[in-house]
Design a protein around this ligand. Sequence first.
Ligand code: ADP
Ligand code: MG
Length: 501
Amino acid sequence: MIHEMRKRGMNITQIAHELGRDRKTIRKWLKQSEPASYQRQVKRPSKLDPFKDYIRRRMEEGCLNANVIFDEIKAKGYSGRKTILRSFMQPLRPAAIAKATVRYETSPGYQAQVDWGRFRVDWNREPKRLYAFVMVLGYSRMMYVEFTEDEKLDTLIGCHLRAFAYFGGRPEVLLYDNMKTVVTDFDERGHAVWNERFARFAAHHGFLPRNCRPYRARTKGKVENGIGYVRKNFWPRVKTFTSLDDLNRQVRHWLDTVANIRVHGTTHEQPRQRLAQEGLKPINPIPFEEVDRHARKVSLDACHLPFHKTLDQFDFSFQPSIDERKIRELATLRFLEHRENLIFLGPPGVGKTHLAVAIALEAIKQRYTVYFTTAHDLVETLQQAHHNNTMRQKIKTFTKPNLLIIDEIGYRRMEDTAAHFFFQIISERYETGSIILTSNKTYGAWGEIFGDSVLATAILDRLLHHSTTINIKGESYRIKEKKKAGFFRPEGNSDKSESLI
Ligand code: ADP
Ligand code: MG
């Protein structure tokens, strides 16, 4: 490609401008892609051979990052070194970039690019920030734009669905340029870690999200970056708008009467006309929310919470010994981040389990993993596992979650082996994962619970090292409710009447 440009009489400056690269790079490419006449050409099979077609295609899509491609082919079974990949990619770079600037750089229906742009507006004389979601189909250049007030995941998912509806389907691959809403992190190898819910959304509707900086030629508005085009061509046309809906009506009008019917600089065709050849696939007719709700419910079920009650359902005025500010601070989950423990002490019915559950729900909302068990079930499960020789796996149930809740310690005395199993869980989680614990016994009485004061001390040592204790002194809420209902019988068997509720 570069050599052809040279033959057409273009100088290095012109080529550099055309390809949007600087002159030094072009010179380097010219030199590298000169025929190496003095080198002996011995063709040896390379570990890279089976992946070469794939690499060429990815580069033509605009992915020129060797680290990204290395991870991708490694996942496909490549066992060679990165340097081999680099030297294979190097001479292909100019061709890939040149190709990305001419027609047909992506096949119909294959791919689209997605981006957020930020726009500042005056809203009732207050400065306000708006966001523009832009999706551009790679083959046709068909564009969808929508303004939003935030970049949240739900907003983004909605924008995707409306874009697919506007296009009449979805492409195979969507490219994201390190978009924070969906790329939550990078693993040790620099591989994108996708937001779990977004990955499920993509899988549900059948497209593949990819994180890669799409190549953008900065040449005379050819493959213009979508946001840049909106900023230059649409934004100056906006005189006023009365609401976000109004602005979105205006941008839709612009898409229909300008952006998608102009004769495109690179394709020399109207995006709207080329759209027909994309042959986009329909999205899943089942709404994502339905499966999403189910997935959430399943993940909630897997936590084994005895009931679902939130902090807002907790009446702090009934329990003045509890410092509400302290509980609200705990609900920010900083203690979880720091792998600290939280212990609720107090007599029955004062809300220990309620508060533990409320904090667990907060943790689940923030996508931490949670497991709830009573102390009794915990040791029973472990004893059973010990008996069946499945101890290793079972222990994971209690050590893997970010938050383990052990409810009702001290309601029953533990036997010898039980206490040792309990100790094992506490020490395996020590400084690696948080525990919320509830007990009706003061620490002084724990020797009795475990039947062994040395063991109790060892357990308390680890539990309390990084921890917060909330001591609740007060009346049982259950009794309050019964009083209100008028069937509280103080002389009756309180254990039995409690179980009625
Ligand atoms: P504990 O675990 O301390 O024995 P629970 O948390 O199980 O007590 O509380 C018993 C019942 O009373 C639960 O249904 C709980 O939701 C309710 N409850 C306890 N304290 C309060 C409170 N302050 N406000 C609202 N509900 C409460
Ligand atoms: Mg309880």
